[in-house]
Design a protein around this ligand. Structure first.
Ligand SMILES: Cc1ncc(COP(=O)(O)O)c(C=O)c1O
Length: 466
């Protein structure tokens, strides 16, 4: 191994490997139950109060109704403070920090995450920057399958039509360019049931296989971004297994803290979840789970450093000099969520209930509909906007979003739904609202009133495109 620029004599990395590559079962005992005390929280007398919540998020711009947690998440002051402490520990004595603290800290975070997602072993859990990086790691492996001659030209990767834009680009970069074929699963929207998704998924698999293609990988979102819908991943993974899809990757950028994340139940080969979206970590941190029994995997971090070849978790724990503090604050986040009744499970449940309630309130006020039944949404939901707003292209959604931010102080993303052939007067725009612990009913009332005002003023999106 090349010597490290950080230890002066080239042994520092090796010494630290021992801590992580050795008997990691000590760090995460074989008996997995009871799961981390994440669902246990303080006694009712000491739950976090409303004013403490306000104070934890007092850095949020008070002029904005922030109902878009789904895009960038949030981080409370107590965690920002903990992050600052980690940063200062590094800056105070970088060499000692690097040699003695960093790897231990990352292992501790990985151990907590292992419990949180019900993985079998801490070795299955790597920490990376974000879901985008996790997707690149999995897809890069596909590219090697083609270049190493393991896959044949025309072998396929399957993805949902609503796959996240950057993940689609990653598939283009790593799969299409290497000679792979992409099968896209069309999804209905608005969606009425999980069955509709399962049916489309099965049809796409059939189409793919009818041409004699091997499906090397299925990329399935857990919660799609735009429009947002919770995908029945457990059922789809099972179908993939039955139909001979080689590997399954779940893109759960909205995973932990948003929906149910259990590796044993879901059964995928790879699962990526951000922790900076719904788990209160500062940007940026995501987990990438890789099932140990998945014999086919040959995953490597795309940023190659000294740890290349030592396993993805170890490779990812050092990708050059940078700020690792977001990866180290996971224990502080656990402390934060346990101040709430029911811990992260309680937060998730209340967010779901509130977002459904607010979604129904808006749909009623605008005389429109939700984008999916409540059981198919987690902490975000789509609500149809009045058709008279005249949303008729992607640009209209960006213009309207900017208008709502600048003129009404509301931050909310908007989706353009292309009308089907012959459809007139139908809903073409949907607002995606999120709910997180800092939100208040007033935030959604602000959105409702803003849209009502636009409607009563006879506003249409054409006014913004001039
Ligand atoms: C489904 C999905 N995948 C991937 C991403 C990318 O996440 P990040 O920007 O944290 O890498 C997002 C972001 O919203 C997403 O919704």
């Amino acid at each position: 191994m090349a010597s490290s620029p950080h230890n002066g004599h080239g042994h520092g990395h090796d010494q630290n490997h021992l801590e992580l590559n050795g008997d990691t079962t000590k760090a995460h005992p074989a008996s997995k139950k009871p799961r981390l005390s994440l669902s246990l929280s303080s006694s009712s007398s000491s739950f976090i109060t409303e004013s403490e919540i306000r104070s934890e998020f007092s850095h949020h711009d008070p002029g904005i109704a922030r109902i878009n947690n789904g895009s960038f998440g949030c981080c409370p002051s107590s965690v920002i403070e903990a992050q600052r402490e980690w940063q200062m520990r590094f800056l105070a004595q970088p060499d000692a920090f690097y040699l003695n603290e960093l790897k231990k800290g990352i292992l501790q975070s990985r151990t907590i995450i292992t419990d949180l997602i019900n993985a079998d072993h801490v070795d299955e859990v790597s920490i990376v920057d974000n879901a985008t990086t996790a997707a690149a790691i999995v897809l890069q492996q596909m590219a090697w399958g083609f270049t190493d001659g393991k896959f044949h030209r025309g072998d396929a990767v399957l993805m949902l039509h609503y796959a996240y834009g950057s993940v689609k680009k990653s598939i283009e970069a790593y799969v299409t360019r290497a000679g792979g074929h992409v099968i896209e699963v069309p999804l209905p929207f608005p969606v009425k049931s999980g069955e509709e998704i399962i049916t489309e998924f099965k049809k796409a698999l059939e189409r793919g296989k009818a041409n004699g293609r091997r499906i090397r990988l299925a990329v399935i979102d857990h919660v799609t971004s735009m429009p947002c819908v919770v995908i029945p991943v457990k059922e789809l993974v099972k179908i993939c297994r039955e139909e001979g899809v080689e590997q399954v990757f779940i893109d759960a950028a909205h995973g932990i803290g948003c929906t149910d994340v259990d590796m044993e139940e879901i059964g995928a080969d790879y699962y990526a979840s951000n922790l900076h979206k719904w788990f209160f970590c500062p940007p940026s941190i995501a987990l990438l789970y890789c099932r140990k029994s998945s014999k086919l995997s040959d995953l490597h971090h795309p940023v190659v450093s000294h740890e290349y070849g030592n396993g993805l978790a170890i490779e990812s724990a050092w990708i050059g000099t940078r700020d690792y503090s977001p990866q180290l604050v996971v224990p502080s986040v656990v402390e934060f969520v346990n101040r709430f009744e029911g811990g992260i499970e309680g937060i998730k449940k209340r967010n779901h209930e509130q977002v459904v309630k607010m979604g129904k309130m808006l749909a009623k006020a605008w005389e429109t509909n939700l984008g999916c039944p409540p059981e198919m949404c987690a902490s975000m939901i789509m609500i149809g906007l009045p058709a008279c707003l005249g949303i008729s292209c992607e640009k209209d959604t960006t213009n309207l979003r900017t208008h709502l931010r600048e003129k009404f102080g509301v931050e909310v993303p908007i989706y353009y739904r292309i009308p089907k052939n012959g459809e007139t007067g139908s809903i073409t725009g949907y607002a995606r609202i999120s709910h997180q612990v800092y939100n208040k009913e007033d935030d959604y009332v602000k959105l409702r009133n803003a849209v009502n005002k636009l409607v009563s003023d006879g506003f249409t999106c054409t006014l913004l495109s001039q």
